[in-house]
Write a protein that binds this ligand. Sequence first.
Ligand code: VL7
Length: 135
Amino acid sequence: MPANYSGTWDIVDNENIEGYMVALGIDFATRKIAGMLKPQKIFEQDGDSFTIKTLTTFRNYSTSFKIGEEFEEITKGLDNRKCKSTVNWENDKLVCVQKGEKKNRGWTHWMEGDTLYLELKCEDQICKQTYKRTA
Ligand code: VL7
C-alpha cells in the first residue's frame, strides 16, 4: 500500500520561495505578493490518482495526475509555462519531473506523521516548504 497523502495541510515554513520564483522569471511585484502567502494544500488521493490543490488568498493552483503517466501541465497563474510532467513513487515519496524550458524543474513531497514536506526546484534553486495536517 502506498502512502496516503489525502487531507488538508497548512504551511508552517517556506524557505527560499524568493529564489525559486526568480528562477521561474516571476516579476518583482508578483514575487512580493506571492512571498507573503500562506498556502494550504488539499490532497485528494484515490490509489495512484491524485489531485493537489494549492490554495491562497491571491491565486489557486490545481493539478491532477496518475502515477507514472506523463501529462501536459500548464502552470497557469504561476509562470504560465507548459511542461511535460510525470509523478512517480520513490518509496513513499512523490517525485515530479517537469520537463520544459526550465532545467532541473520538479518537486518532491514526503510525509513524517502529521508533517508534510515539499521541495520545489528550478534550475539551481530549491524552495523548501513544511506543512502541518489540519484535517
Ligand atoms: C507551486 C509558488 C510562485 C508564481 C502566484 C503565486 C500563487 C500558489 O507546484 C506546485 O505544487 C505542486 C506540489 O504540491 C502540485 O501542483 C505549486 C506554487 C509555488 C511559486 C510562482 C507566483 C505567482 C501561489 C497558488
